[in-house]
Ligand binder design. Structure first.
Ligand code: ATP
Length: 192
């Protein structure tokens, strides 16, 4: 990452072991690392990243350093076991946000839409809102079963979220087509 929150300089972090602990003084940026993972996976809520607005992810300057112009985070996954539905054995996601408000997503250095990233990771358990990242508030939501949180977590783990999403999209298209048909019927009626 570079220019993301407190990480003004380019910083590489290797997650090589099954269990990794991040230690450091208060305010040194431990949680910002988790925020970076969430952000590159497509997090849209600035509140979830503990910010007032999304523009605040860009390094806002310190006594020693000028504020940055762009925030960039890349996250590389090994895909040798083909857990992600793509032929690539390594997948790098990148998200950038410029001060102008312009933003960009990439998969392996090719520009893409947020939708493409969501589709790639759907049902993998990895995602900005999946159970891969468990924040404290989420534990409460799961225990209290707020907004069906427990069911949603099991659906993602069972791999059926993508079918539910496709069903929703198809029903939407069907509704639009029905509305178009109604309009055509009206026109035919008028012409006759
Ligand atoms: P704690 O142990 O208290 O939870 P932490 O190590 O998890 O702390 P973080 O919450 O990750 O710390 O980092 C907070 C720091 O990040 C604050 O000092 C805050 O000023 C800094 N920070 C957040 N956004 C930006 C930004 N856009 N530019 C510069 N610094 C930022």
């Amino acid at each position: 990452m570079k220019g993301f929150k407190s990480f003004a300089d380019e910083t590489h972090i290797l997650f090589t072991d099954d269990i990794i602990g991040i230690v450091g003084p208060n305010g040194s940026g431990k949680s910002n690392i988790v925020d970076a993972v969430r952000w590159v996976l497509g997090e849209q809520s600035s509140r979830e990243l503990r910010l007032e607005s999304m523009g605040d992810v860009i390094f806002n300057g310190s006594r020693a350093k000028k504020a940055g112009k762009v925030a960039r985070v890349s996250l590389t996954f090994e895909n040798t076991k083909n857990l992600l539905p793509t032929e690539y054995t390594e997948i790098t996601l990148t998200r950038k946000l410029y001060r102008s408000g312009e933003s960009e997503y990439q998969i392996n250095d090719v520009k893409c839409r947020l939708k493409d990233i969501k589709a790639l990771f759907m049902d993998s358990g990895i995602g900005s809102n999946s159970y891969a990242i468990i924040a404290l508030g989420m534990v409460d939501d799961i225990l209290a079963d707020k907004e069906n949180a427990r069911r949603m977590m099991f659906e993602e783990a069972a791999g059926i979220s993508k079918y539910k999403e496709r069903k929703k999209e198809t029903l939407n298209k069907l509704r639009h087509t029905e509305e178009d048909l109604d309009r055509i019927e009206d026109l035919v009626f008028e012409i006759e």
